[in-house]
Design a protein around this ligand. Structure first.
Ligand SMILES: [Zn+2]
Length: 320
C-alpha cells in the first residue's frame, strides 16, 4: 500500500474516533523541525509549521513522553522506561527567536537549535531559501551551464526532470550564487517576500535564545553546503568557523552539530570529532554500519503536510 493511501486510511480511523494517536510504550525519537510562521503566510515548502500547530504538538508530546535534551538522548542512563523524545530545529531562522522562544519558556522543555552561521558571510539568508523563493518569481526559462531549465510548479527542472536545486547542491554556496543571478536574484528583492520565510537570526537574537535555560545551540555549518561535497580545507572551515562564531556570540561551548541535508560519511564524522564536537546528528542512515557509531544519532523530519495522527505513528516507528 502506498504511503498516501495508508495515511488516508489512518485519518479515517482517527476522525471516526476508532483509534487515537498514541506513542508506543517505549522507544526513542529525535524530531527535526525548521521554521515557524504565523499560519497566515503562504507556504513555499514543507519546512514551516505554524506557531499554533507547534504549540499544540509540543504540548501533546510533553504530556505523553519524556522530553530529553539532545545530550541526554546520547546518554542511555538518562532515558526513562517510557517513550523518550528530543526536539531539534535546523538552520537558525529568526522566526525561532520570535515564535519558538515564548513557547519553550512556557512549556519548559529542552530543545536544541542547529544554527547555520551565514552571518560570517555578511548575509542574513541561506542560498537554498533564496533559490526556493526566486524559483517562484524568476523567468520561465534559464540557461545554466549550457542546459535549459524550465519552471514547473515553482521549481526549475531540465528536460530530464532534474531539479536545478539538486544540481546546485553539488557545488553549494558558490554555484548557487551563479544560478541565483540567472534567476534575477538581488538581496533587496528578497524583502518582497515575508521575512519569516528567509531571515536568519542575527547575533542579538541568537544570544537571547542561548541565554534560555531550555535551549542548547549547535552548529549547522556556515553556508548550508553539503559536507560530502566539500574539499578537506573547506569542510574544516565550515565546522571550525561556525563553532567559533557560535561560541563567541553565546559564550557557551558548542559541541553539537547537525549535518546540512543530513549528508555525511565516516571520514567526516572523524574530522568533526577532532574539531571538538561530541554529539553529531544525521537525518537518516547513509550506510547501515553507521548505526553502530555512537557519535552520531538519527533524526526524523516533521512533515507538516500530514495529520498529527500520522505524524505520531511515524514518530513511534522512527520513520515514515
Ligand atoms: Zn538545514
Amino acid at each position: 500500500m502506498s504511503k498516501n493511501l495508508k495515511w488516508i486510511g489512518n485519518d479515517l480511523l482517527f476522525s471516526a474516533g476508532i483509534i487515537n494517536p498514541k506513542l508506543p510504550q517505549s522507544g526513542n525519537c529525535i524530531l527535526l523541525y525548521h521554521g515557524i510562521d504565523d499560519g497566515n503566510t503562504e507556504r513555499i515548502n514543507a519546512k514551516f509549521v505554524s506557531e499554533k500547530d507547534l504549540k499544540a504538538q509540543l504540548s501533546w508530546l510533553k504530556s505523553r513522553a519524556n522530553i530529553l535534551s539532545t545530550e541526554q538522548m546520547f546518554n542511555e542512563s538518562k532515558h526513562d522506561k517510557g517513550f523518550n523524545i528530543s526536539i531539534t530545529f535546523d538552520d537558525g531562522f529568526a522566526n525561532n527567536h520570535q515564535y519558538l522562544l515564548p513557547i519553550i519558556e512556557e512549556l519548559e522543555i529542552p530543545i536544541t537549535i542547529f544554527v547555520t552561521t551565514i552571518q560570517l558571510k555578511n548575509e542574513n539568508y541561506l542560498w537554498p531559501d533564496a533559490v526556493d523563493l526566486f524559483s517562484v518569481i524568476g523567468p520561465d526559462v534559464i540557461n545554466f551551464k549550457g542546459e535549459k531549465y524550465h519552471k514547473r510548479k515553482n521549481e526549475y527542472v531540465n528536460k530530464y526532470r532534474v531539479r536545478l536545486k539538486s544540481v546546485v547542491a553539488s557545488g553549494g554556496y558558490n554555484l548557487a550564487k551563479e544560478a541565483l543571478e540567472l534567476m534575477g536574484f538581488e538581496e533587496e528583492a528578497l524583502k518582497n517576500f515575508p521575512s519569516v520565510h528567509w531571515r536568519m537570526m542575527n547575533a542579538d537574537e541568537l544570544k537571547k535564545l542561548a541565554q534560555s535555560p531550555f535551549i542548547t545551540i549547535g552548529s549547522h555549518g556556515v553556508c548550508h553546503d553539503s559536507f560530502v561535497e566539500l574539499a578537506d580545507n573547506d569542510l574544516k572551515e565550515e565546522i571550525e568557523n561556525s563553532k567559533r562564531y557560535l561560541e563567541d556570540v553565546t559564550g557557551n561551548t558548542i559541541d553539537q552539530i547537525a549535518y546540512p541535508y543530513g549528508h555525511y560519511n565516516d571520514q567526516i564524522v572523524d574530522v568533526i570529532e577532532t574539531a571538538g564536537y561530541k554529539f553529531q546528528f544525521r537525518v537518516e542512515l547513509q550506510k547501515q554500519h553507521n548505526a553502530l557509531d555512537k557519535r552520531v544519532m538519527t533524526r526524523l523530519g516533521i512533515n507538516p503536510f500530514i495529520s498529527w495522527g500520522n505524524q505520531v505513528k511515524a514518530i513511534g516507528h522512527g520513520k515514515y
